[in-house]
Write a new protein. Sequence first.
Length: 317
Amino acid sequence: MTLLALCAWGILQPAFGQEGYPSRTIKLIVPFAAGGNGDAVGRLTAYYMQKALDISVVVENRPGAGGITGTDAVAKSPADGYTLCVCSTGPITVAPWTEKLPYDPFKELVAVSMINTNPLVLIVNPKVEAKSAAELVSLSKRTPGGLAYSTVGAGGLVTFSAEIFRIQTGANLVAVPYRGGALATAAVVSGEVQLSFANMSDAIGQLAANTVRPLAVTTAKRSKHMREIPTLMELGLVQYPVESWNAMLAPTGTPQPIRERLAEVMAQMAKDQEIQKRMDEFGSTPFGNTPTEFAHMLEKETQQWEQALGAIGLKRK
């Protein structure tokens, strides 16, 4: 490409990103089943984007493999800003160190913006005879075959939270996979499994109804939604905090002006009082940042997960 052409491209990009985009329906792929946190956040994001961009925005659920299937679909999509991922922590910064992925999140996806953060909460069925996380560990060790926990596929943060807990406490736990967070939480309510490390948003309704009992949260600090519940770190049971997030990512090659325009919308969304209220209802906190800020955050978090998973023996060799 000649220097003149490069200069012309530099002039045209902002116009394309700010004026020509969007001109048709945008598709948000949620790599989880309907009813869970990712789905709720994806639909709320689509609702806000439609108002902000005056264009149709649709949500497509593509569950499977703890979010890996849907994330891969976005990575293989055209880089035109019309297919985006409402992705989550596991398939982006964690799974690369534990799974052989069909995509490379560092090469095939690019950062747009964070959307929200979610604490994970250790919940048990009310019939489980453990009133604390330490008692749960003891109970699992003396239960033949151990205790069953519901999870959302190999690539999900629910699994890694449970595995960190299992390895660092020596708990006797057995994973039972489900297709989505809502189903995994429902399994605790019904007694199909004894416990789960659930997204706060998946569990908040059941917590309010007392159909599950919270024992601890996985974050470094206590959750504003349950200030009386301790963290696993303060209890001295684990060394590593775990916090889930949802964020917007796009296929690599998506023009920078488009990514910046979308990030502006996410920043506005995080400040919107209606969005704040609705996210608060399902235990999430809205949060937006720039593509550059988000890219730096992803780089740092990916390195932290590599170190943590290596230290506890879960990093793929």
